[in-house]
Ligand binder design. Structure first.
Ligand code: HEC
Ligand code: HEC
Length: 353
């Protein structure tokens, strides 16, 4: 079912221009500690971006001076569905309470050295058909045909568009994002063509998947660690002694093989859709599972969406702890889902969706 839904978030509302911050970039405190634990893996320790995949630069001034606190809090709380950016809010099964999300927003703000811009919120007018054409020619190579993401971030998720005003989008397109691959199109495209693109992107806002409001996944104690304990041991062929292909894992599951599956994403994503029988072992809380894992050479396959950053973190941790048979699912879980391989959803006692 696809309908428009109002956000349930009650986080700090931004929008008003904020004063430039003088706090040094290395600002620590609660927000800094949380950022290091949950975010640095992909966005880099100092918000420089692209530590993993297309995790954006968070310390850029064109971004920070135009993104409201509400935009940032929404991005963190609900993420960008079906990308490596999970929702971190505990209201949806993630690890962070609202005050913690606010603390992270303040940490990002400490990177802002220029005054916030008041761009207003007035909607733009334009020709969506023309916008679609210009988008296909100039933007799709990085952002994907429908803005669904490619080598660059997605632009069509409702969690983004519901907080990105028309002037915010226009400003980003005109000025680009400094020190990233996002070019400034202000000198290249007519102002009306840029407005047309914005009107085209706005179309994607109206429809989005409804994400159920799960509170938390079950505790690991309630879960069975080994899938098919009496089944055969799969003969995996690894790439670079570390990566196993999705097809081999699918075949192993179909053959009821003895295997352990670990979902390395934030627990909110585990609840939305996962490989059947996978345990929630997010990259920021690996230790609780270690004592329960078999030390007899059973294959332990970790996966994430990125597709290697969070799962790689889990596998490194396990190999250091002596689990030589810990491996990374090579293509990641979104490839798995797109390939139509089996998945399950929701809390364990809920019917699969
Ligand atoms: C060469 C690749 C490339 C091309 C071409 C490109 N972009 Fe981007 N774009 C990026 C990257 C990478 C980012 C993220 C930058 C960052 O780290 O903040 C981005 C960011 C953006 C953002 C800001 C999103 C946000 O959340 O802050 C918008 C809007 C955008 N692009 C629109 C467009 C449009 C419209 C076009 C075509 C006119 C376009 N881009 C062409 C790579 C590209
Ligand atoms: C597993 C990798 C990963 C982790 C961990 C992660 N992110 Fe992201 N983040 C991404 C990716 C990838 C995107 C772009 C998603 C897309 O395609 O729209 C993103 C997007 C964002 C955006 C939107 C940026 C923009 O220009 O619109 C913000 C803000 C953000 N992340 C903040 C955070 C914070 C804060 C944390 C920690 C609580 C975090 N992220 C953790 C990968 C990650």
């Amino acid at each position: 079912m696809r309908i428009a839904v109002l956000s349930l978030l009650l986080v700090a509302c931004g929008g008003a221009p904020t004063e430039p911050r003088t706090t040094p970039p290395e600002a620590t405190g609660e927000g800094g500690a949380l950022y290091a634990q949950y975010c640095a893996l992909c966005h880099g320790e100092a918000g420089e971006g692209y530590a993993a995949d297309n995790a954006t630069r968070l310390r850029g001034q064109s971004f920070l001076t135009t993104a409201s606190d509400d935009f940032l809090a929404m991005s963190i709380a609900r993420g960008r569905p079906h990308t490596a950016m999970a929702g971190y809010s505990s209201n949806f099964g993630g690890p962070l309470e609202d005050p913690q999300i606010d603390a992270i927003v303040q940490h990002l703000r400490a990177w802002q050295t220029e005054a916030s811009l008041d761009l207003g919120e007035a909607p733009l007018e334009g020709d969506a058909e023309n916008g679609a054409q210009v988008f296909a020619q100039r933007c799709a190579s990085c952002h994907g045909q429908l803005g669904n993401g490619g080598s660059a971030q997605s632009l069509n998720r409702w969690t983004f568009l519901s907080r990105a005003t028309d002037p915010f989008l226009r400003h980003a397109i005109v000025n680009g994002r400094e020190e990233t691959p996002m070019p400034a199109f202000g000198d290249e495209l007519e102002p009306q063509a840029i407005d047309d693109i914005v009107v085209f992107l706005r179309r994607f806002e109206e429809e989005h998947d409804v994400v159920p409001r799960y509170m938390a996944p079950p505790s690991l104690e309630q879960m069975t660690v080994i899938r098919h304990p009496d089944g055969p041991t799969p003969a995996f062929t690894l790439r670079e002694e570390r990566f196993v292909s999705a097809a081999q894992v699918r075949d192993a599951l179909a053959a009821s093989s003895r295997i352990v599956l670990l979902d390395a994403r934030p627990t909110s994503d585990w609840l939305i859709e996962r490989i059947p029988g996978a345990l929630p072992v997010p990259y920021y809380a690996i230790d609780p599972i270690v004592a329960r894992l078999p030390r007899d050479g059973t294959w332990i396959v970790a996966y994430c969406g990125c597709p290697h950053a969070a799962s790689g973190e889990v596998v490194d941790h396990l190999r250091e702890a002596g689990f030589e048979h810990a491996v990374v699912l090579d293509e990641g879980v979104y490839h798995w889902i797109e390939a139509g391989y089996p998945t399950e959803s929701g809390p364990l006692d809920a019917p699969a969706e």
